[in-house]
Design a protein around this ligand. Sequence first.
Ligand SMILES: C[S@@+](CC[C@H](N)C(=O)[O-])C[C@H]1O[C@@H](n2cnc3c(N)ncnc32)[C@H](O)[C@@H]1O
Length: 327
Amino acid sequence: MATSLNYFAVTFRGLEDLLAEELREFPTVSITQLQYRRVYFRSAYDPQLTGLTCCDDLFLELAQWSGITRDRANISRMQDLLSHINLTDAISHIRQYRPIPNDYTISVTVNHVGKRNYTSAEIKSVAGLHLAPHYIENDSLADLNLRIFIEGDAASVGLRLTAQPLYRRSYTTRSSGSPAKLKPPVAAAMLRMAKVTDAFVDPFCGNGTLLSEGKIQGLDGSGGDIIGSLSRLSIAQWDARALPLATSTVDRIVSNLPWDIQIPIKAGAEDFYASVSRELERVLRPTGKMVLLTTTPEMLQFSQLREVASIEISLFGQRPRIVQYEH
Ligand SMILES: C[S@@+](CC[C@H](N)C(=O)[O-])C[C@H]1O[C@@H](n2cnc3c(N)ncnc32)[C@H](O)[C@@H]1O
């Protein structure tokens, strides 16, 4: 029987359950713990894990440390704990997934939740000394990434499974880089929440993140935006307050609505959302599902559709919600 190893997958705050749902579809996976921004699981080698869509970054777990308090003495304690990690074995597991050169380079990322009397940079420099001569500062040039995630008094230490974080998609490097651009794992989570298995419409598609994410998942997304077509995607130019779509014809609507901070709608936000709500409800089939990312769910007024689920996430320093509606 293939050996099972411990992993942890990092995602956006609020998306932990959807990532766990995606992981449960793997026959090799058994979930051990859900934590803030992380899902812990055991799995035998499965190359498909590197295709997880609701995941920001995926790590082979090297250690779990306890008693990591806010006291500065923990810096030298972590230095000692790092010396007990068997990186050689871990690298040979990662080599099942991808080639790693013998003279590999390794970067370090530290995340900590809550106040401490030491900084991420201090832990990083201790880890860097320990990993010399392989250590490099620049993560995007490194063959490997060591992640130390500290929450409360516990720390998880992991080695990134993939060459680049999973949130990077081939399509993101080609887009125009608008600040409102959706993060791919958030787009994947929205498509999952809407249970899209075939076609969907994004009436405010912007850079087309949802359409591109749908495409790599084999889904048939179409959409439009008031700013019109982007060269790499053929999208319609439309005003979502008057969609050129027949009544009750759309099975799935998945969209990131204009945020209340965006200038064009600031003046008449109430009227804007009232017209948008009417139009979305008109085109959606009675059996359809709609999933919207919005900072202003209270402004959406539907006559028949009701909210069946709502998840608050953290994005661009705000707390928007992914809201699911059905009849
Ligand atoms: C939050 S952005 C969507 C971002 C998109 N999901 C992405 O990843 O690029 C909202 C989009 O709504 C568009 N928009 C604003 N008012 C609109 C309207 N009345 N009809 C259609 N699109 C509109 C904006 O041009 C913007 O691209």
